[in-house]
Design a protein around this ligand. Structure first.
Ligand code: NAP
Ligand code: F7E
Length: 336
């Protein structure tokens, strides 16, 4: 049988790298879009070049650049197009709202338009986010039917893209499907998300390389899952017979404070000696609690989260303690 071809946009990020791994292991030809940056940032993908030299291809591009995106899609002719590209840091979206909307909304429109105009048979996945729920007028858990009230430029940009994806599916009959994923973590998590900031901080403090860890709101609650499992849910959505909307969550919620306590105690450290709260890491609008109800996804796709909160924290702390992050950037100068 002819190998399927996938194009992953956002391949250099956490989820993109796990998805590339998964699709290559299933025999796909995988193409990825690489954003030009002044420093190389392909570390999450390096072993894939060696493992799949005949099936793994990278191309420069940017989803805000419609002509280049059309040209890349024309050349690749993907059977499945996975859009994981985003300006994905919520705090930073308050500082660069226009850029956030250009990437997270207009970029998605460019991809949908390519499919509509040039390749209606291509299946499309859009990475939607639990941040779209924001502060709805109902109590958690949140599911596919919960009305959404986003609180950040990021949440708003993702909600607009979510509606575009549904509209292109319903209005043009395209296979455009979307997952509303709650927070998911791994050793490959970006350094400006709280989980990785904490586990890297623990590793560096334990090694005597850092004195303090400055954080923002410790009371926020998140439904934290395991990225490799969440990527499997994405794959199943695209293999399903019809496009749809699927909530992906663990159905448990924990505070940032609990994450901190667990991570420091795994390293035998008393967190209260090291963690300080700094206003600069708080957001103009916060989403105080995220908790998902993924029963619909379990019923339709047979997917259920397996990895528990404490195991996720442990895996991340162990990884960072074994690979102590050399920090050639003083992150305290930046919001993260
Ligand atoms: P991530 O690590 O921040 O990766 C984002 C990816 O998007 C990177 O490859 C980035 O490239 C790329 N990108 C950014 N702007 C782009 C542009 N203009 N053109 C092309 N590529 C661009 O994010 P993630 O955690 O893997 O998440 C994947 C997707 O799921 C994102 O859309 C995110 O918003 C969404 N999501 C994530 C979570 C979560 O908890 N992880 C939850 C819900 C939804 P560079 O490497 O060059 O920056
Ligand atoms: O913050 C609080 C912060 O930046 C989690 C993205 O993947 O998930 C992610 O968005 C919580 C928030 O993730 C710090 O205020 C406290 O309440 O790790 P985060 P996020 O904002 O939930 C959603 C679903 C996505 O779609 C996004 O792409 O932790 N917090 N102190 C802090 N957060 C950060 N970053 N840094 C702190 O110092």
């Amino acid at each position: 049988m002819e190998k399927k071809t996938a194009l992953i946009v956002g391949i250099t990020g956490q989820d993109g790298s796990y998805l590339a791994d998964l699709l290559l292991s299933k025999g796909y030809k995988v193409h990825g879009m690489l954003r030009r940056t002044s420093s190389f940032h392909t570390w999450r993908l390096e072993d894939l070049h060696a493992k799949y030299p005949e099936h793994f291809f990278m191309h420069y591009g940017d989803i805000t650049d419609a002509p280049a995106t059309f040209d890349l899609c024309d050349r690749v002719q993907p059977d499945e197009l996975y859009n994981l590209a985003a300006m994905s840091q919520v705090r930073i979206s308050f500082e660069i709202p226009k850029y956030t909307i250009e990437t997270n909304t207009i970029g998605v429109l460019n991809l949908l338009e390519w499919i509509r105009q040039r390749s209606p048979k291509t299946k499309f996945y859009q990475a939607s986010s639990s941040e779209m729920f924001g502060v709805p007028e109902v109590d958690p858990p949140f599911n596919e039917k919960t009305p959404m009230r986003p609180q950040s430029p990021y949440g708003i940009s993702k909600l607009a893209a979510f509606h575009l994806t549904k509209m292109y599916a319903q209005g043009y009959g395209l296979f455009a499907t979307t997952g509303i994923l709650f927070n998911h973590e791994s050793p490959r998590r970006g350094e400006n998300f709280v989980s990785k900031k904490i586990t890297q901080g623990v590793a560096r403090i334990k090694a005597g390389l850092q004195q303090k860890l400055h954080l923002g709101n410790l009371e926020a609650k998140r439904d934290w899952g395991w990225a490799p499992e969440f990527v499997e849910a994405i794959y199943r959505m695209v293999q399903h017979t019809e496009p749809g909307v699927f909530v992906v969550a663990t159905q448990e919620t924990h505070t940032v404070r609990e994450f901190v306590q667990e991570a420091f105690s795994l390293a035998g450290l008393d967190w209260e000696k090291y963690v300080t709260v700094d206003e600069k890491y708080k957001r103009p609008r916060e989403v105080p609690v995220l908790l998902g109800d993924a029963s619909g996804t379990e019923e339709i796709l047979g997917w259920k989260a397996q990895m528990k909160f404490k195991d996720i924290v442990k895996a991340m702390v162990e990884y960072d303690m074994e690979n102590i992050p050399v920090q050639n950037v003083n992150f305290d100068h930046y919001h993260r």
